[in-house]
Ligand binder design. Structure first.
Ligand SMILES: NC(=[NH2+])NCCC[C@H](N)C(=O)O
Ligand SMILES: [Mn+2]
Ligand SMILES: [Mn+2]
Length: 303
């Protein structure tokens, strides 16, 4: 298993500075070494270039989608990097930055894979908004919807025109903050979800079984795993822009990650929304390092 680490230092998608420091903060605390300890081939290709602009650019390209041009430009670069990594036989592991990077990541996966692939989105939020349903205008609330071909063409046509992933191949886990418009999209598109209430009711083991059997049935050969750290309970991640209570515990999250990676179908990963500037007592940093260690260990078993 060869890993390509990609940093995506962007805050434009969440409109909250600090999250762009996530990749370098994690590097300073051993990100690369965590992977090297567990895997033979790790290439840190550094950070994707992100244009630096001031707040006057927030609504310069669109009346409600913030920093639209900058988000699109950065994600076009990311898509290329992800596609290249996959074509070179590596697993792209993209570290954010805000979750708008799902746009570039999924576009890159779509570019490199011939067949349908699945997306597992672990998140307190659905990130399925379109311009009309978004309560904030923050594009990090839209990447999954746009990748499914919903909403404004500027986002759906990013990197390549059209839908990147079929709604029937989307699985969201950890949900507990879903906007009204997103609820409608989930229903209409038949997107498979497990809310925190489902996880608490059934237990993580049962949810994992449901997820794995649905995946198996779909027969996809590539799974993209997008991990938003705000899926964890807000007490574990004070350093994230949109924390939500009643989230996953570390062990639950580790069980889930181990089971998903255990399928050996995961070919690309995102790790997003760590904002070191608003962290408290390094709680979020430590949660991130613990989870990254779990990712690395499990990927290491795939040799
Ligand atoms: N990737 C995230 N943390 N997304 C949070 C999105 C919050 C809210 N649903 C919005 O669209 O503004
Ligand atoms: Mn998210
Ligand atoms: Mn989230």
């Amino acid at each position: 298993m060869k890993i390509e680490l990609i940093g995506f230092p962007m805050f434009y998608g969440c409109d909250r500075p600090g999250v762009e420091q996530g990749p370098d903060k994690l590097r300073a605390h051993g990100l690369v070494e965590i992977f090297e300890k567990n895997l033979n081939h790790v290439n840190d290709r550094g950070n994707i270039e992100v244009e630096q602009v001031g707040t006057e650019m927030k609504y310069a390209t669109h009346p409600s989608m913030k920093y639209l041009k900058q988000v699109v430009a950065g994600n076009e670069h990311l898509a290329k990097a992800v596609e290249n990594a996959l074509r070179n036989g590596r697993l792209p592991f993209t570290v954010g930055g805000d979750h708008s990077l799902g746009l570039g990541s999924l576009a890159g996966v779509h570019g490199a894979t011939e067949e349908d692939f699945a997306v597992i989105w672990i998140d307190a939020h659905a990130d399925l908004n379109v311009t009309e349903t978004s309560p904030s205008g923050n594009i990090h609330g839209m990447p999954l919807g746009a990748s499914a071909g919903l909403g404004d063409e500027i986002l759906t046509a990013l990197y390549e025109k059209g839908q990147k992933v079929k709604p029937e191949n989307i699985y969201i886990l950890g949900l507990r903050s879903v906007d009204e418009g997103e609820e409608v999209i989930i229903r209409e598109q038949g997107i498979k979800i497990w809310r925190m209430t489902d996880i608490k009711e059934k237990g993580m083991a049962a949810v994992i079984q449901e997820l794995l059997s649905a995946l198996k049935e779909s027969q996809v050969q590539h799974v993209h795993l997008s991990y938003d750290i705000d899926s964890l309970d807000k007490t574990l991640v004070p350093g994230t822009g949109t924390p939500v209570e009643d989230g996953l515990g570390i062990e639950e999250s580790q069980d889930l990650i181990r089971a998903i990676l255990g399928t050996k179908l995961v070919g690309s990963i995102d790790f997003v929304e760590f904002n070191p500037v608003i962290d408290r007592e390094n709680r979020t940093l430590n949660s991130c390092l613990t989870m990254l260690e779990t990712f690395a260990q499990e990927l290491g078993k795939q040799n």
